[in-house]
Design a binder for this molecule. Sequence first.
Ligand SMILES: [Zn+2]
Ligand SMILES: [Zn+2]
Length: 279
Amino acid sequence: MGVLLQQWAALAATLPQRVLGLVGWLAAMALLFGVLERLRPVRSQRFLRSDLGVDLAYYFLSGIVPAFVVAAATVAVSWVVSGWVPARFMAAVAQLPLALRVALLIVIGDAAYYWAHRASHALPWLWRFHRIHHSPTELDWLVNTRAHPVDLMVARVVPLVPLLVFGLRQPGLRDMETVAALYLTLTTVWAFFVHANVRVRLGPLEHVVTSPAFHHWHHHHEAGVPRDCNFASLLPVLDRVFGTWHLPRDRLPSVYGAADPLPPTLAGQLLSPFRAPPR
Ligand SMILES: [Zn+2]
Ligand SMILES: [Zn+2]
């Protein structure tokens, strides 16, 4: 507990720098995706849309809250791992070639995310939180950040647990901490990209890595098309293996959103999971 309080105090002390960093990131992402969305839009949408303010609030919440939750989860899971996973196993993982450890981190991390995300659709009490992410009827890059803190917690903590248990994140493995930081940065930028209002198809690469078309179908609300599809963050092969892949070659969804409407304000949306009936 003492370790966690120290980490939280350190995080709290760096909050001003963190907020400044988030402002910088926001400017960079707005520039990059703002230009892309003007050059090749899926459909013409207003940049200054009505719920822009709410999504900006979600952006800052998403940039601050998970760090505290992930620190708590890391301390708790590491404590369990140190008691239950043999030190010899951890040492053996540390000896594996870096390339293999990186591949394992990506596959195990994304597989865990896939199941956490699929559970967020399948379990009514998790859907109450996740449906906020599915509420927009128009997609753009900033919709990526629209997520309830509880939803974010599930998405961040579930992949972290197997990585700690399998020794791919462990004290002393400095190279893996660098890899994990790069992986988080890459998946964050990619998550903005796959939500963007851009008409970009990646050809054969769409079998290897997720794309805007892939994730736009995850947000579709078309009648007659399977509703729960394309859960992976980075590796679409997971959806192929588990039977949830849906990616027409020649078209994008015509309707986005979720059935149940949400309150328009941030406070109303954050409280809605505790009030609304499950789907
Ligand atoms: Zn979803
Ligand atoms: Zn999404």
